[in-house]
Design a protein around this ligand. Structure first.
Ligand code: ATP
Ligand code: MG
Length: 445
């Protein structure tokens, strides 16, 4: 098994070796390399203490990022490399932070404090792969498995519960049965984890290739920090448009959405109010009147609680509110909605509707996807041709109307809206002279 170490990493390991210290690439970078992915950063571990490391790296730029935890950052060619002393963690307080860390001289001890077998491998050119817990085998089988006793590992640091789901989603892996059973036993410990940490892990989980499968299988764990989803699993829709219950529909729609955080959050939350809005008509068919508006309120509350930024909260909330609006494949209708939403959010809405329909019954899906394709074509043409769909696209503006004798009041705004509607409905071309003539008639209206 070989890992192609970058020259800089090899150089750092060589510098340590010249002073008699081992050095290994470790953790995520080894895992990603073995998966054939390019690691986003390279971490190195060594038995040298921070003081000993400093003596090795004289002449290089070294930043003391976390000396107490044994970490120095070495800069090479403008790239930071974290070099960390082998360590073991002391007792954990608050199910997240160790009371203390102790530097040790054994690589295996350092690897044994790491969370999952696939994250507990080290590599250098001299020794090759150091893999005491079967990480390579689990990587090949696509399995997330705790190093050691899962109950203890999740109890020490509850963030690992969500990291397990995140890695499984990102790599499309399954969670090994003992680890999965422990996740469920220990899930309540997630209450000890800060909203910021949950946010980071949930966002990565949602954007993973295997997000649908993980959501489908672990709603009880997500429900620890989003209890609003609790009634969704198993909630039958009693409606011919649907082939899945509310939660499976949600999971499949997340999976079918592009891997953009906003879209995946919308899919996760778009039907969150369905259980509380459920009614059945005289024929027994299920309906969910008003779930869009109530869902938008719930989504806003959840996203704020999880500390998403205002822009994300606003965009997701808006898209949850309008995920069900009917759009006609007609240029005028498209331009009216485009004027309200703007091009970026209009495109997002189409992606949301596509993901939503693709998780309904096959027949209902096919008809509506065809309609969305037509709308997409119309949209593309409007944008390519620079057609007018906002007041600011009109060939006349407020100053033109003031020059005609309008005063700066509501009437001027209304006149511009009227002109826009005439242009959008193709009763009048977007032509300055013609619009000025009509504006003249609106002055005394
Ligand atoms: P990525 O950087 O792609 O998110 P990673 O595995 O590199 O994944 P980091 O958070 O950068 O994750 O951590 C680096 C390494 O440190 C991990 O591979 C793992 O060995 C160890 N590690 C990180 N967080 C924990 C944790 N909460 N418990 C135990 N070990 C951890
Ligand atoms: Mg990393």
């Amino acid at each position: 098994m070989t890992v192609a170490l970058p020259d800089n990493v090899r150089q750092i390991i060589d510098i340590l070796a010249r002073r008699g210290y081992d050095g290994y690439a470790v953790g995520g970078c080894v895992r990603d390399s073995l998966l054939g992915k390019t690691p986003h950063d390279w971490d190195i571990c060594t038995p040298a203490t921070p003081e000993e490391m400093k003596a090795c790296f004289t002449g290089l730029r070294v930043i003391e990022t976390g000396v107490r935890h044994g970490t120095l950052t070495v800069m090479l060619d403008g790239t930071p490399y974290e070099v960390t002393t082998y360590r073991v963690d002391g007792d954990y307080r608050d199910h997240r932070h160790p009371e203390s860390v102790t530097f040790v001289r054994s690589l295996i001890d350092d690897l044994s404090r790491r969370d999952f077998t696939i994250n507990a491998m080290a590599y250098n050119d001299k020794e090759g792969l150091v893999d005491p817990f079967g990480g390579w085998e689990d990587l090949s089988a696509g399995l997330i498995r705790c190093v050691g006793n899962p109950d203890e590992r999740f109890d020490e640091d509850a963030l690992r519960i969500l990291r397990a789901l995140r890695f499984a989603s990102v790599f499309g892996f399954r969670i090994e049965p003992d680890t999965a059973a422990s996740l469920r036993r220990q899930k309540q410990l997630l209450c000890h984890i800060s909203a910021e940490r949950i946010n980071t892990e949930l966002s990565k989980l949602l954007c993973g290739d295997g997000a649908g499968e993980i959501l489908k299988n672990y709603p009880d764990i997500i429900a620890v920090f989003i209890p609003e989803i609790t009634p969704m699993p198993g909630f039958e829709q009693h409606n011919p448009y649907h082939r899945y219950d509310v939660w499976e529909h949600t999971a499949v729609s997340v999976q079918n959405a592009p891997r953009e955080l906003v879209l995946r959050l919308v899919m996760l939350l778009h039907d969150i109010a369905k259980p509380r809005c459920f009614t059945r008509d005289a024929n027994g068919a299920g309906h969910f009147y008003g779930h869009q508006a109530i869902g938008a309120k719930l989504a806003q509350r959840i996203l704020r609680r999880l500390k998403y930024d205002n822009r994300t909260v606003d965009t997701v909330t808006m898209l949850v509110r309008c995920h069900d609006v009917a759009i006609q494949p007609d240029a005028r209708a498209v331009k009216r909605l485009l004027g309200k939403l703007g091009p970026d959010n209009f495109k997002r809405l189409l992606a949301v509707k596509r993901a939503d329909f693709s998780a309904k019954s096959a027949d209902h899906c096919a008809r509506n996807i065809e309609k969305l394709d037509a709308i997409q074509g119309i949209l593309q043409r409007i944008l390519e041709e620079g057609q007018c769909f906002r007041v600011k696209d009109l060939a006349v503006n407020g100053s033109d109307l003031l020059a005609l004798g309008f005063s700066q009041d509501k009437k001027l705004g209304r006149a511009l809206e009227t002109l826009l509607e005439l242009v959008i409905s193709e009763q009048v071309p977007n032509d300055r002279a013609q619009l000025l003539k009509i504006a003249e008639t609106l002055k005394d209206a």
